[in-house]
Design a protein around this ligand. Structure first.
Ligand code: XMP
Length: 494
């Protein structure tokens, strides 16, 4: 262990290769290789991928895609201080996206007008409303199809499928049984009732099909996608956490630039006092002392990385930080498996993702690698680019990627019109804004990353991600090759 600590001091991803071992994997098939990883106490993933809480990376679109692919997204807190609703809404969109059982389906009263029903369907984006009386007894079901050619003035009761013609189920139901019932009765919607006839939930055929198509998706106990949300450690953070938890965020991430601090200690204590045992991840730290500090305060996961991020200028501007491989090895030694570590930042190629998982990360947080994809928030802008071969100008689509401590991101979070000029001036930026080419969906990128991880597991001599980590830590010197400058050139210059 001391040997490894010495070897990685001052070093990061591009300083190492791993020596190939005797492979025992027959097929590098991501469907067959176990990639289970702990994100925090209480939240396990089938794919060790986390999308970064950055305002140019993770809002609901990214969080849904990443969770459906087996990881988890952390919704950023890059909304103006005091504006909690927009972040809560993003969490709600993810939690409502896909369901095993919809536990609180949208409802309407039987005496509402069809115009009201249409308006409700439009506002919520769903095509099925359960018709309930004021005591929530189910009276029928109204779908978008029932509204076709129906005019506007009739009542919901006049067009709904009434209770006596509905197939319903009373009590609990697992997805397999629900599928069987729906197949037998040739129905697409199945309302679930309590014994007293009140509404308990709704199962839809579409959700069941989606569930089957996404076997690795990260789901909570009710079959809904999981999502995390970030808070700070000052200002509105407690109120924000309360609202996010009310919206059923699965994990709260206290995310500040320097997590080994009195500010963080106070925030963890306040969160625990107010919210009890909710899954609480904290960061960032990059030293053994920092990791121990968070561990002793009872967090459920630790985010590791000071300054490796693509959009980050902390090291340039302050000269503080720890090369990411050193940080991971130190923090892993300190945490010793008691809580999972999230390797956060600096992963720019797939091989570095493998290293982050080998040197100490249980999961890996990605920012820049996901930038520019369809699921990132923000506008696509066409920028003129001169082609060197022909000297011709073409317009190329770009999206913005920026550090959360960049001046641009900070100014957006402040209510600039109300901010004093001196406040804006006093901001010390520790991040930058860059344009990145817009590209397609993040999903093929995530799947490629996973395929390469499976190949790495094969090279490592293991059969699963957990085993790859275990074999490495039993005998790191069998694996680690510290590169010379020419070794690095041969490996990574392409
Ligand atoms: P990558 O390399 O994946 O890193 O883009 C993502 C992580 O970078 C961190 N981050 C910052 N660090 N100043 C910093 O010092 C910033 O402005 C900044 N913005 C993001 C953050 O930990 C993120 O997850």
């Amino acid at each position: 262990m001391t040997d490894l600590l010495d070897l990685v001091r001052g070093a990061t991803f591009d300083d190492f290769l791993f020596s190939p071992q005797h492979s025992v994997v027959e097929r590098r098939d991501p469907a067959l290789i176990d990639l289970t990883a702990r994100f925090s106490r209480g939240v396990t993933l089938k794919r060790p991928i986390v999308s970064a809480n950055m305002d140019t990376v993770t809002r609901s679109g990214m969080a849904i895609a990443v969770a459906e692919e087996g990881g988890i997204g952390i919704i950023d807190r890059g909304f103006r201080s005091g504006e909690i609703d927009p972040q809560v809404r993003e969490v709600q969109i993810v939690k409502r996206k896909q369901h095993g059982v919809i536990s609180d389906p949208y409802t309407i009263a039987p005496d509402a007008t069809l115009a009201e029903a249409e308006q409700r369907m439009r506002a919520t984006g769903v095509g099925t409303l359960v018709v309930v009386d004021p005591a929530r007894h189910v009276e029928g079901l109204l779908t978008a199809r029932d509204l076709r050619f129906a005019g506007q003035s009739g009542t919901v009761a006049s067009r709904m499928t009434p209770r006596e013609r509905l197939v319903v189920h009373t009590g609990e139901l697992d997805p397999a049984k629900a599928e069987e019932l729906m197949r037998t009765h040739k129905i697409k919607k199945l309302p679930l009732l309590h014994a007293d006839g009140t509404l308990r939930g709704l199962v839809t055929a579409k959700d069941l099909i989606v569930q089957r198509q996404l076997p690795f998706a990260t789901r909570d106990g009710q079959g809904r996608l999981r999502v995390g949300a970030a808070i700070g450690a000052k200002g509105d953070y407690l109120e924000r956490a309360a609202e996010l938890l009310r919206a059923e965020a699965d994990v709260i991430v206290i995310d500040i630039a320097h997590g080994h601090s009195v500010v963080m200690a106070r925030a963890i204590e306040a969160c625990r006092k107010r919210f009890g045992d909710v899954p609480l991840v904290a960061g960032n730290v990059a030293t053994a002392q920092g990791a121990r500090f968070l561990l002793e305060r009872g967090v459920d996961g630790i985010k590791v990385g000071i300054g490796p991020g693509g959009g980050c200028t902390t090291r340039l501007n302050t000269n503080y930080g720890v090369p990411q491989v050193q940080a991971l090895v130190e923090c892993r030694a300190a945490a010793d498996g008691r809580v999972p570590l999230i390797a956060d930042g600096g992963v720019r190629r797939h091989g570095a993702f493998v290293q982050a998982l080998t040197f100490g990360g249980d999961t890996v947080m990605l920012g820049g690698m996901l930038a520019g994809t369809l699921e990132t928030p923000g506008e696509t802008v066409q920028k003129p680019v001169v082609l060197p071969e022909s000297n011709k100008t073409v317009h190329v689509p770009f999206k913005v990627f920026r550090g959360m401590a960049s001046l641009e991101a900070i100014v957006d979070r402040l209510d600039v019109e109300d901010a004093e000029a001196a406040d804006v001036e006093a901001l010390g930026a520790e991040g930058m804004e860059v344009s990145v080419p817009a590209r397609g969906s993040v999903r093929p990128l995530l799947r490629d990353l996973i395929k390469h991880l499976c190949s790495a597991i094969s090279y490592s001599g293991a059969k699963s991600l957990a085993e790859m980590q275990e074999l490495f830590w039993k005998n790191p010197e069998r694996y680690v090759i510290k590169l010379t400058a020419s070794g690095r050139r041969e490996s990574f210059d392409r």
